[in-house]
Design a protein around this ligand. Structure first.
Ligand code: APR
Length: 231
């Protein structure tokens, strides 16, 4: 029998219990840093050192943290479902936990790319990207991150994937950032949608959504147990 497909959209909250800061919670990254100064192409042109340092610090931290119960529960879900994760996160904690199909919407911290040819993407050795690190065409390497104002190349594929879901899960995202926040709109009519987040998230655009007001670790583990029993 073919397995039912579960598509999971994750955001910063799924990695919060691993010790990675979210963006918009109190104490979150966008309280400490100005988005326009570190996460736009204009910032990169204006102050490469600052942008590089911001992502170097994020990357360094990533080497010090581990996947948590939420990442592990999603791996377990693969025992009985065809699980596809669409993550807004640039960390690699889903992969390190063992999830097989992970799509990164907003890039990946451990990768860097050419600043003149977006198809030249490289794994960075270690945590530090330095001024003078160049691509094979001789241009400075930049973080492989989708900055504010830049197109999100994976969106058509993510929308297509969402349209094939039998069950949809949303974990740990404030649903503030489009187009990611709109992906749930591509789910087929009647597709059950679960949303796990300890805070109130705007859900008026998601008819019939089942909201689970829990942290990702507990909420995901419990929902996964339930879905495995129902499979
Ligand atoms: N478990 C689950 N959710 C949590 C937890 C937790 N332990 N802790 C916090 N959250 C929730 C918050 O309540 C919030 O709804 O995680 C969400 C984090 O929201 P944001 O900080 O806005 O992160 P996200 O939605 O992933 O941001 C989207 O914005 O700046 C960008 O590119 C960046 O991919 C990111 C995008």
């Amino acid at each position: 029998m073919t397995k039912k497909r579960i598509v999971v959209l994750t955001g910063a909250g799924v990695s919060a219990e691993s010790g990675i800061s979210t963006f918009r919670d109190s104490g979150g990254l966008w309280e400490k840093y100005d988005i326009m100064e570190v996460a736009t192409h204009e910032a990169w042109v204006r102050n490469q050192d600052l942008v590089m340092e911001f992502y170097n610090q994020r990357r360094k931290q990533l080497y010090e943290v581990e996947p948590n119960a939420a990442h592990h529960a999603l791996v377990k879900l693969e025992e009985k479902y065809d699980v596809h994760i669409i993550t807004q996160n640039v960390d690699d904690l889903h992969e390190r936990a063992g999830s097989k199909k992970v799509m990164h919407l907003h890039g990946e911290l451990k990768k860097v790319r050419s600043s003149i040819d977006e198809n030249l993407v490289y794994d960075l050795d270690g945590w530090e990207l330095k001024k003078g690190d160049k691509c094979e065409k001789g241009s400075q390497l930049r973080p492989h991150i989708v900055w504010f104002g830049e197109p999100v190349p994976m969106i058509p594929e993510a929308a297509q994937l969402s349209s094939t879901a039998d069950i949809y899960m949303i974990i740990g995202t404030s649903l503030n950032v489009y187009p990611a926040a709109g992906l749930v709109g591509y789910t087929p009519p009647g597709c059950p949608v679960y949303l796990i987040d300890p805070a109130e998230v705007p859900v008026s655009h998601i008819p019939g959504v089942k909201v689970i007001r829990e942290k990702a670790g507990k909420g995901t583990a419990e929902l996964v147990e339930k879905l495995l029993k129902e499979a």
